[in-house]
Write a protein that binds this ligand. Structure first.
Ligand SMILES: [Zn+2]
Length: 286
Protein backbone atom coordinates (compact mmCIF):
# COMPACT_ATOMS: atom_id res chain seq x y z
CA UNK A 1 0.00 0.00 0.00
CA UNK A 2 1.43 3.36 -0.90
CA UNK A 3 1.20 6.31 1.39
CA UNK A 4 1.74 10.04 1.34
CA UNK A 5 5.29 11.25 0.73
CA UNK A 6 6.95 11.53 4.10
CA UNK A 7 9.96 11.17 6.36
CA UNK A 8 9.57 8.90 9.33
CA UNK A 9 11.96 9.15 12.28
CA UNK A 10 12.45 6.26 14.69
CA UNK A 11 14.70 5.24 17.54
CA UNK A 12 15.77 1.81 18.73
CA UNK A 13 15.12 1.87 22.43
CA UNK A 14 17.93 0.76 24.76
CA UNK A 15 20.45 1.41 21.98
CA UNK A 16 22.24 4.43 20.62
CA UNK A 17 20.91 4.00 17.11
CA UNK A 18 18.31 6.14 15.41
CA UNK A 19 16.81 5.90 11.97
CA UNK A 20 14.90 7.64 9.25
CA UNK A 21 12.70 6.26 6.52
CA UNK A 22 11.69 8.27 3.49
CA UNK A 23 9.06 7.45 0.89
CA UNK A 24 8.24 9.45 -2.20
CA UNK A 25 5.69 9.02 -4.97
CA UNK A 26 3.72 12.19 -5.74
CA UNK A 27 6.91 14.27 -5.57
CA UNK A 28 8.50 12.19 -8.34
CA UNK A 29 5.27 12.30 -10.36
CA UNK A 30 5.35 16.10 -10.16
CA UNK A 31 8.97 16.17 -11.40
CA UNK A 32 8.16 13.76 -14.20
CA UNK A 33 5.17 15.84 -15.27
CA UNK A 34 7.42 18.87 -15.77
CA UNK A 35 10.40 17.16 -17.38
CA UNK A 36 10.29 14.43 -19.89
CA UNK A 37 13.20 12.52 -18.35
CA UNK A 38 13.91 8.99 -19.60
CA UNK A 39 13.00 6.20 -17.18
CA UNK A 40 16.56 5.46 -16.10
CA UNK A 41 17.31 9.12 -15.43
CA UNK A 42 14.10 9.26 -13.34
CA UNK A 43 15.31 6.18 -11.48
CA UNK A 44 18.64 7.79 -10.52
CA UNK A 45 16.91 11.09 -9.78
CA UNK A 46 14.43 9.25 -7.54
CA UNK A 47 17.26 7.86 -5.42
CA UNK A 48 18.78 11.31 -5.34
CA UNK A 49 15.56 12.87 -4.06
CA UNK A 50 15.29 10.13 -1.42
CA UNK A 51 18.88 10.98 -0.42
CA UNK A 52 18.16 14.70 0.01
CA UNK A 53 15.07 13.86 2.10
CA UNK A 54 17.13 11.68 4.44
CA UNK A 55 19.79 14.37 4.63
CA UNK A 56 17.19 17.01 5.51
CA UNK A 57 15.77 14.75 8.19
CA UNK A 58 19.18 14.72 9.88
CA UNK A 59 20.05 18.40 9.49
CA UNK A 60 18.57 20.56 12.22
CA UNK A 61 18.74 24.01 10.63
CA UNK A 62 15.79 25.68 8.93
CA UNK A 63 16.44 26.82 5.40
CA UNK A 64 17.49 25.14 2.21
CA UNK A 65 19.47 21.92 1.83
CA UNK A 66 20.89 21.16 -1.59
CA UNK A 67 22.46 17.97 -2.87
CA UNK A 68 24.33 18.29 -6.14
CA UNK A 69 26.21 15.60 -8.01
CA UNK A 70 28.61 16.29 -10.81
CA UNK A 71 29.69 13.16 -12.56
CA UNK A 72 31.84 12.01 -15.45
CA UNK A 73 29.11 9.68 -16.67
CA UNK A 74 26.17 10.30 -18.95
CA UNK A 75 24.38 12.37 -16.36
CA UNK A 76 26.45 15.52 -16.00
CA UNK A 77 24.56 16.99 -13.11
CA UNK A 78 21.84 16.11 -10.64
CA UNK A 79 20.47 18.58 -8.16
CA UNK A 80 17.83 18.19 -5.51
CA UNK A 81 16.80 20.82 -3.02
CA UNK A 82 14.60 20.63 0.04
CA UNK A 83 13.34 23.77 1.74
CA UNK A 84 11.89 23.88 5.24
CA UNK A 85 12.39 20.10 5.54
CA UNK A 86 9.43 19.46 3.23
CA UNK A 87 9.39 21.31 -0.12
CA UNK A 88 11.36 19.43 -2.75
CA UNK A 89 12.48 20.24 -6.28
CA UNK A 90 15.06 18.52 -8.49
CA UNK A 91 16.60 18.53 -11.97
CA UNK A 92 18.93 16.41 -14.07
CA UNK A 93 21.29 17.36 -16.92
CA UNK A 94 22.38 14.54 -19.16
CA UNK A 95 23.57 13.53 -22.61
CA UNK A 96 20.82 13.07 -25.12
CA UNK A 97 21.35 9.41 -25.85
CA UNK A 98 21.53 7.46 -22.67
CA UNK A 99 23.32 4.12 -23.02
CA UNK A 100 21.69 1.67 -20.62
CA UNK A 101 24.82 -0.43 -20.28
CA UNK A 102 27.02 2.40 -19.04
CA UNK A 103 27.03 4.00 -15.59
CA UNK A 104 24.84 7.09 -15.47
CA UNK A 105 26.69 9.20 -12.96
CA UNK A 106 29.93 7.26 -12.77
CA UNK A 107 32.44 8.96 -10.55
CA UNK A 108 32.49 12.59 -9.61
CA UNK A 109 31.69 14.82 -6.70
CA UNK A 110 28.76 15.19 -4.40
CA UNK A 111 28.26 18.60 -2.84
CA UNK A 112 26.11 19.11 0.23
CA UNK A 113 25.06 22.71 0.72
CA UNK A 114 23.17 23.98 3.73
CA UNK A 115 21.77 27.50 3.51
CA UNK A 116 20.14 28.40 6.81
CA UNK A 117 17.79 31.38 7.07
CA UNK A 118 19.94 32.59 9.90
CA UNK A 119 23.68 32.04 9.98
CA UNK A 120 26.44 30.87 7.69
CA UNK A 121 26.09 28.93 4.46
CA UNK A 122 27.93 25.63 4.68
CA UNK A 123 29.23 23.37 1.94
CA UNK A 124 30.79 19.94 2.20
CA UNK A 125 32.13 17.96 -0.75
CA UNK A 126 32.69 14.23 -0.92
CA UNK A 127 33.82 11.93 -3.67
CA UNK A 128 31.25 10.00 -5.63
CA UNK A 129 32.13 6.57 -6.99
CA UNK A 130 30.26 4.25 -9.34
CA UNK A 131 26.86 5.93 -9.05
CA UNK A 132 26.99 5.31 -5.31
CA UNK A 133 25.11 8.29 -3.84
CA UNK A 134 24.31 6.42 -0.62
CA UNK A 135 27.99 5.65 -0.04
CA UNK A 136 29.03 9.26 -0.70
CA UNK A 137 26.45 10.54 1.75
CA UNK A 138 27.61 8.03 4.38
CA UNK A 139 31.12 9.47 3.92
CA UNK A 140 29.78 12.96 4.39
CA UNK A 141 28.17 12.09 7.72
CA UNK A 142 31.28 10.31 8.94
CA UNK A 143 33.66 13.09 7.95
CA UNK A 144 31.65 16.24 8.60
CA UNK A 145 29.55 15.13 11.53
CA UNK A 146 31.61 12.25 12.91
CA UNK A 147 28.47 10.14 12.89
CA UNK A 148 28.55 6.50 11.89
CA UNK A 149 25.85 6.28 9.21
CA UNK A 150 24.46 3.73 6.77
CA UNK A 151 22.05 4.55 3.95
CA UNK A 152 19.95 2.37 1.63
CA UNK A 153 18.23 3.96 -1.39
CA UNK A 154 15.74 2.55 -3.88
CA UNK A 155 13.84 3.93 -6.84
CA UNK A 156 11.98 2.64 -9.87
CA UNK A 157 11.47 6.10 -11.34
CA UNK A 158 7.88 6.35 -10.10
CA UNK A 159 8.51 5.81 -6.43
CA UNK A 160 11.58 6.22 -4.28
CA UNK A 161 12.46 5.12 -0.79
CA UNK A 162 15.33 5.34 1.61
CA UNK A 163 16.47 4.08 4.97
CA UNK A 164 19.12 5.66 7.16
CA UNK A 165 20.65 4.31 10.34
CA UNK A 166 22.87 6.49 12.47
CA UNK A 167 24.77 5.85 15.68
CA UNK A 168 24.01 8.61 18.17
CA UNK A 169 27.00 10.59 19.35
CA UNK A 170 28.34 8.93 22.48
CA UNK A 171 26.72 10.20 25.61
CA UNK A 172 29.53 11.07 28.01
CA UNK A 173 30.20 7.78 29.81
CA UNK A 174 26.53 6.98 30.08
CA UNK A 175 25.04 5.94 33.39
CA UNK A 176 27.25 2.91 33.76
CA UNK A 177 24.60 1.02 35.70
CA UNK A 178 22.63 0.52 32.55
CA UNK A 179 24.33 -2.10 30.44
CA UNK A 180 24.75 -0.87 26.89
CA UNK A 181 23.65 -3.01 24.01
CA UNK A 182 27.05 -2.96 22.34
CA UNK A 183 26.20 -5.27 19.44
CA UNK A 184 23.21 -3.16 18.44
CA UNK A 185 24.83 -1.30 15.54
CA UNK A 186 26.12 -4.41 13.77
CA UNK A 187 22.87 -6.29 14.32
CA UNK A 188 20.65 -3.43 13.09
CA UNK A 189 22.83 -2.78 10.02
CA UNK A 190 22.89 -6.49 9.22
CA UNK A 191 19.08 -6.61 9.28
CA UNK A 192 18.81 -3.46 7.15
CA UNK A 193 21.13 -5.06 4.61
CA UNK A 194 18.41 -7.64 3.96
CA UNK A 195 15.97 -4.95 2.77
CA UNK A 196 14.74 -5.41 -0.79
CA UNK A 197 14.16 -2.63 -3.28
CA UNK A 198 10.42 -3.50 -3.48
CA UNK A 199 10.13 -3.33 0.30
CA UNK A 200 11.60 0.17 0.40
CA UNK A 201 9.25 1.26 -2.36
CA UNK A 202 6.02 -0.50 -1.51
CA UNK A 203 5.71 -1.14 2.20
CA UNK A 204 4.54 1.69 4.42
CA UNK A 205 6.89 2.64 7.24
CA UNK A 206 5.07 0.58 9.86
CA UNK A 207 5.13 -2.56 7.69
CA UNK A 208 8.75 -2.01 6.74
CA UNK A 209 9.95 -1.54 10.32
CA UNK A 210 8.02 -4.62 11.35
CA UNK A 211 9.45 -6.65 8.48
CA UNK A 212 13.03 -5.72 9.40
CA UNK A 213 12.90 -5.18 13.12
CA UNK A 214 10.01 -7.03 14.73
CA UNK A 215 12.27 -8.23 17.52
CA UNK A 216 13.48 -4.73 18.40
CA UNK A 217 11.79 -2.13 20.54
CA UNK A 218 11.24 0.90 18.37
CA UNK A 219 9.97 4.32 19.23
CA UNK A 220 8.33 5.93 16.20
CA UNK A 221 7.93 9.71 15.90
CA UNK A 222 5.40 11.82 14.02
CA UNK A 223 6.09 11.67 10.27
CA UNK A 224 6.93 14.83 8.31
CA UNK A 225 5.10 15.29 5.02
CA UNK A 226 7.12 15.90 1.88
CA UNK A 227 5.93 17.42 -1.38
CA UNK A 228 7.05 18.90 -4.66
CA UNK A 229 7.09 22.66 -4.27
CA UNK A 230 9.34 24.99 -6.20
CA UNK A 231 10.86 27.92 -4.34
CA UNK A 232 10.97 30.16 -7.42
CA UNK A 233 9.01 33.44 -7.54
CA UNK A 234 8.50 36.37 -9.85
CA UNK A 235 10.36 38.59 -7.40
CA UNK A 236 13.40 36.31 -7.50
CA UNK A 237 13.48 36.23 -11.30
CA UNK A 238 13.00 40.02 -11.28
CA UNK A 239 16.14 40.39 -9.17
CA UNK A 240 18.10 38.41 -11.76
CA UNK A 241 16.75 40.62 -14.56
CA UNK A 242 17.68 43.71 -12.60
CA UNK A 243 21.28 42.44 -12.75
CA UNK A 244 21.14 42.68 -16.56
CA UNK A 245 20.75 46.41 -16.27
CA UNK A 246 17.87 48.58 -17.42
CA UNK A 247 19.19 49.31 -20.92
CA UNK A 248 19.55 45.67 -21.87
CA UNK A 249 16.24 44.69 -20.28
CA UNK A 250 14.40 47.46 -22.17
CA UNK A 251 16.05 46.36 -25.43
CA UNK A 252 14.80 42.80 -25.02
CA UNK A 253 11.26 44.02 -24.32
CA UNK A 254 11.43 46.35 -27.36
CA UNK A 255 12.53 43.45 -29.58
CA UNK A 256 10.45 40.62 -28.20
CA UNK A 257 7.52 42.32 -26.50
CA UNK A 258 8.44 40.89 -23.13
CA UNK A 259 11.18 39.12 -21.26
CA UNK A 260 10.24 35.53 -20.69
CA UNK A 261 12.13 33.47 -18.18
CA UNK A 262 11.18 29.95 -17.25
CA UNK A 263 12.15 28.26 -14.03
CA UNK A 264 14.40 25.31 -14.81
CA UNK A 265 12.90 23.32 -11.94
CA UNK A 266 9.14 23.74 -12.31
CA UNK A 267 8.97 25.15 -15.84
CA UNK A 268 6.80 28.04 -14.76
CA UNK A 269 7.19 30.91 -17.23
CA UNK A 270 7.53 34.40 -15.82
CA UNK A 271 6.82 37.29 -18.19
CA UNK A 272 8.05 40.84 -17.73
CA UNK A 273 6.75 43.74 -19.82
CA UNK A 274 7.58 47.44 -19.70
CA UNK A 275 5.22 48.01 -16.77
CA UNK A 276 7.09 45.36 -14.79
CA UNK A 277 10.41 46.96 -15.73
CA UNK A 278 9.12 50.40 -14.63
CA UNK A 279 8.38 48.93 -11.25
CA UNK A 280 11.62 46.92 -10.99
CA UNK A 281 14.00 49.65 -12.01
CA UNK A 282 12.11 52.29 -10.09
CA UNK A 283 12.34 50.26 -6.90
CA UNK A 284 15.99 49.35 -7.52
CA UNK A 285 16.84 53.06 -7.71
CA UNK A 286 15.68 53.70 -4.17
ZN1 LIG B 1 10.12 27.05 -10.15
Amino acid sequence: MSQADSNQRFLFEQTEVRGELTQLGDTLAAIKERHDYPANVMQVLGEFVAAVSLLAARVKVDGSIILQAQGEGQINMLMAEIVDHKNIRAIARFENDIDQSQPLLSKGRLAITIEPYIGQRYQGIVELQKDNVAGALEDYFERSEQLKTRIWLASDGNRAGGLLLQALPHAAEESSLQRQDTDAWDRLVHLADTVKQEELLELNSEELLFRLYHEEQIKVYEPTDLQFNCSCSKARVARAITQLGETEAREIVAEQGAIEADCQFCRHVYRFNNDDLDEMFDSSRH
